[in-house]
Design a binder for this molecule. Structure first.
Ligand code: NOJ
Ligand code: CA
Length: 557
């Protein structure tokens, strides 16, 4: 092999650029400008930082850690639900949408978090559990009563307690005062709010149309909840099960129309706030009002396969190289094309529902390659707390608050080498969930002190993304090399005059690829990762990546 050129400014004469260069995209209309450079960080409030030693994380604990989040470089937080709740589903069973759960603090603490975060340039998004409440919510207590009252039609009740089956819907049978059964949205204690039916069954008059008074009242209440938290300082919402609202709604059209209406309202009254949907159907969610939609491991294998084994298949980001980025791109590319210029696809490193964690089975180098992918792709990246360290999900934990198999990815953040990894001063037995007992468990303090840590790599990649317009959310994206069953993955990002090329190799073998036909006379400036990776051979350009590596270069005039 030819000796590699010296790093820094590699005086390369040409770089191969695709002939069919896409038209430049801009930030979509009515989209808050801050989304363009946003790097989100999801906090699971119960396990981030416990400020008062009761074993459960809280809002004051998050405020304490704002300097860390600022140093990491993230620009926005998403807090999983922090509202009053019996915590049958870890807070996704809301009892009072207008009140912070006492275990996390008070509404004033949340207001203080918004204000303190703002001082360091961080916005805070809340979780909007729009589709259901807890069965302990006052609205449901009223709704289940025998006497008609203002809440009677706020949930979906059939009209005969002896009717136990209805096509396409589940029912929770018995237990209410009224002689009827209700439709749950998730667990049995999470009754679905009544947004009506897109196509009510004419033989089941209890299936109300969207325009009926009950569904209209629920819709108005949802807006009231959003306004309440916007006015207190929330930057927006992650919307839980965003596609679940209207029932019997083929293709989600009526639910989408509801969100489009909410977006029009936000555009006028709260134009700097944003919503990201848990829908994983960006082609529906984005044109209908969501600023962002998550890719999630729901249906297609693409996102699901990125970092986690899927059945017998190894993850795409795996040293074996047995899976390739094609698996992901086959899902991603059509969705990207369908939504480009309208909103952003959000690729999360994981969340509180996904096991194992990014950190399971990956060392700091593997994590750096995964982060290089997440932080250079178009759209808006979301980092699940602890993934920046390589925090590992624990196996075999008993279910906590309806976590079941998800419980292992919800364990405490690991801050330092002190007791409970610095999460809490409570006794280990009193913690919400155990801290990873492994002797080599990662922690923030150790990784900040170690230049080659996953945390340092994440921090550098976040800074890189924020410094380069072409790496921002709406920068053009074009695949240069992505072959089935082969690495590397090479792609191009561009905005204005800036062009950046990223190449990734998560495998334990060196890989080489030939880039498409040459275009412009230019030079390459290494920005991050391994340098000296591009070289010319006759009329073609080759990129060669050592095992487990990535490279980011800017194409300079
Ligand atoms: C999705 C949330 O992410 C999950 O944790 C929750 O259990 C369900 N929605 C029900 O709200
Ligand atoms: Ca606490």
């Amino acid at each position: 092999m030819r000796p590699l050129l010296p790093s820094l400014l590699m005086a390369l004469s040409t770089l191969l650029l695709p002939a069919d260069e896409p038209a430049a995209t801009a930030t979509p209309a009515h989209t808050p400008a801050w989304l363009e450079n946003a790097v989100f960080y999801q906090i699971y409030p119960q396990t981030y930082r416990d400020s008062n030693g009761d074993g459960i994380g809280d809002l004051r604990g998050i405020i304490e850690k704002l300097p860390y989040l600022h140093e990491l470089g993230v620009t926005a937080l998403w807090l999983s639900p922090c509202y009053d709740s019996p915590f049958g589903d870890a807070g996704y069973d809301v009892a009072d949408f207008y009140k912070v759960a006492p275990r996390y603090g008070t509404n004033d603490d949340l207001r203080a978090l918004f204000a303190e975060a703002k001082k360091v340039g961080i916005r805070v998004m809340l979780d909007l559990v729009a589709g259901h409440t807890s069965n302990q919510c006052e609205w449901f207590r009223q709704s289940q009563r025998h006497e008609r009252n203002p809440y009677t039609d706020w949930y979906i009740w059939n009209d005969n307690v002896w009717d136990w089956f209805t096509p396409g819907l589940q029912l929770v049978v018995g237990g209410a005062e009224r002689a009827a059964n209700y439709v749950p949205n998730f667990f049995h204690f999470q009754p679905a709010l009544n947004y009506g039916f897109a196509q009510p069954d004419p033989k089941a008059p209890w299936q109300q149309p969207i325009t009926a008074p009950g569904p209209q009242a629920v819709r108005a209440e949802l807006k009231k909840i959003m306004r309440f938290w916007f006015d207190l300082g929330a930057a927006g919402f992650r919307v839980d099960m965003a596609g679940s609202l209207v029932k019997n709604d083929p293709d989600g059209k009526a639910t989408a129309a509801l969100w489009a209406e909410f977006r029009a309202w936000m555009n006028t009254e709260y134009p700097d706030r944003a919503m990201v949907s848990e829908w994983s159907q960006p082609q529906i969610a984005i044109p209908n009002g969501f600023h962002m939609d998550f890719l999630l491991p729901f249906a297609k294998p693409g996102y699901k396969a990125l970092f986690r084994p899927d059945g017998a298949a190894v993850p795409i980001f795996d040293r074996s190289g047995k899976n390739s980025i094609r698996t992901f791109l086959d899902e991603f590319e059509p969705l990207y094309t369908a939504t480009r210029g309208q909103g952003f696809i959000a690729i999360p490193s994981g969340n509180h529902d996904t096991v194992p964690r990014l950190g399971n089975g990956r060392d700091p180098r593997d994590l750096a390659v995964a982060m290089a992918f997440l932080l250079t792709m178009p759209g808006v990246p979301f980092i699940y707390y602890g993934d920046e360290l390589g925090l590992r999900a624990l196996d075999g934990l008993p279910s906590k608050e309806g976590g079941y198999g998800r419980t292992g990815c919800r364990t405490p953040m690991q801050w330092d080498a002190s007791a409970n990894a610095g999460f809490s001063t409570a006794s280990a037995a009193a913690l919400y969930l155990p801290v990873d007992p492994a002797a080599d468990r990662p922690n923030v303090a150790a990784e900040l002190a170690y230049p080659d840590s996953a945390l340092r790599a994440t921090q550098q990649l976040i800074a890189l993304r924020k410094a380069h317009p072409s790496l921002a959310a709406s920068g053009d994206f074009q695949v240069l090399v992505a072959e089935k069953d082969r690495w590397p993955f090479v792609f191009r990002r561009a905005k204005g005059d800036e062009v950046i090329v990223v190449a990734l190799n998560p495998t334990d073998q060196a890989v080489t690829a030939t880039l498409p036909a040459a275009v412009v006379a230019q030079s390459l400036v290494p920005l991050a990762g391994t340098s000296d990776t591009f070289r010319r051979e006759g009329d073609t350009w080759l990129v060669t990546l050592p095992p487990v590596s990535y490279t980011v270069v800017r194409v300079a005039e």
